[in-house]
Design a protein around this ligand. Structure first.
Ligand code: SAM
Ligand code: SF4
Ligand code: SF4
Length: 341
């Protein structure tokens, strides 16, 4: 059967709207919650070039996914996406061939001074820059490479200068950087960037996640509210992952992504395309659908669209909700650095 947009819903009646594309499994950081240096050391074997989807392959897949699902958003991620050579060329290809306006990227920011201008020219609209502390020593410990905050702030400046929209992501881990919540909130309120606090998640299997290291949305908000009173604001659109808050009496905004304490699987309209062309329908998935194999076996456009259609139709993922219902679950999961956040 020919895939049609009206029928592209999963088992829980969720459409596919947001595609996250991982363009590399490599990174210049070793954040302990994502790619701990002990495990991703000098001997770690990253994927070889032939294993990665080429830009042409990626572009073809995204165009077909867009035809099948009517995507609204693309987000480029990784690993560190700016480590993929000629990324601006990929962004230009995707922007021109799909016409999708909302193309964003998540990055640790340090390479933005070098690439912000060409990325903006290629069609990138927004960047989310990850920064977990304003204390350079602590930030250096978290990123596992001793990199202070200056290069990241310079990256944000470079993005601002060329007119990219900027948001900031802070992963909050109890006992690690929770005392940075207030300084971060004040600093980015002043800068005029939306700061989003992310609950520390049990992605992958290598970060040794423990529930008692999670500071929940409620706790994060209570701490800020005590200093700077907050009120909840409506989501911008259905499926928005961050709960939005405003500092009372102003338009300044923050967000909290509460994947652990307050799951939002019911409206999850995202899929993740890994760097080697596997499609994952959940951040916590064990397995993905191998589109690289399909592409390289000479499949037609219709076959590829039908495969996406069939795979999405069977999707019933709701890992975060299940985690709340049955917290002791322990199962293999794909690493975050493989499929992006
Ligand atoms: N390297 C880029 C960066 O750090 O922004 C993009 C990829 S990174 C995997 C995407 C996002 O996932 C980052 O904001 C990162 O902080 C977040 N992240 C990684 N591991 C996480 C974890 N265990 N819990 C919550 N967020 C995590
Ligand atoms: Fe690299 Fe981003 Fe993972 Fe940190 S969170 S190790 S910057 S991919
Ligand atoms: Fe979506 Fe999976 Fe996260 Fe639920 S746990 S919101 S299904 S990615």
């Amino acid at each position: 059967m020919e895939p049609t947009e009206a029928k592209m819903y999963d088992m829980l009646k969720r459409p596919l709207r947001d595609l996250r594309i991982s363009v590399t499994d490599r990174c210049n950081f070793r954040c302990h919650y994502c790619m701990p240096a002990e495990l991703f050391g000098p001997d770690y074997s990253f994927l070889k070039k032939a294993d990665l989807l080429s830009f042409e392959e990626l572009n073809r897949l995204v165009v077909l996914f867009h035809q099948a699902a009517n995507l609204e958003k693309l987000r480029i991620t990784g690993g560190e996406p700016l480590m993929r050579k000629d990324l601006d060329k990929l962004i230009q290809m995707l922007s021109e061939s799909t016409g999708i306006e909302d193309i964003a990227m998540t990055t640790n920011g340090v390479l933005l001074p070098k690439f912000a201008a060409s990325l903006k020219k290629a069609g990138l609209k927004r960047v989310t820059v990850s920064l977990d502390s304003l204390d350079s020593i602590r930030f250096g410990e978290i990123n596992g490479r001793g990199v202070g905050i200056e290069p990241v702030l310079e990256g944000m400046e470079a993005a601002k200068e060329v007119g990219l929209d900027i948001k900031v992501n802070m992963v909050v881990q109890k006992g690690m950087n929770d005392e940075d919540i207030i300084p971060m909130a004040r600093f980015f309120r002043e800068k005029g960037y939306i700061l989003r606090f992310i609950e520390y998640m049990d992605v992958g299997t290598t970060n040794g996640w423990r529930f008692d290291e999670v500071l929940t949305k409620k706790e994060i908000i209570a701490r800020i509210d005590e200093e700077m009173p907050l009120e909840v604001i409506e989501p911008n659109y259905s499926g928005e992952v961050a709960t939005r808050f405003r500092y009372k009496g102003s338009k300044d905004e923050i967000g909290v992504i509460s994947s652990v304490s307050d799951a939002f699987c019911g409206t999850c309209n995202r899929a993740r395309l890994s760097v080697e062309g596997k499609l994952y329908t959940c951040l916590f998935a064990e397995k993905g659908f191998d589109f690289r194999e399909l592409l390289r076996s000479g499949a037609t456009d219709e076959e590829i669209k039908s495969a996406l259609f069939g795979y999405w139709q069977k999707r019933d993922d709701r890992y975060s909700e299940e985690r709340s219902e049955k917290p002791s679950k322990n199962r293999p999961k794909i690493e975050m650095s493989h499929i992006g956040g």
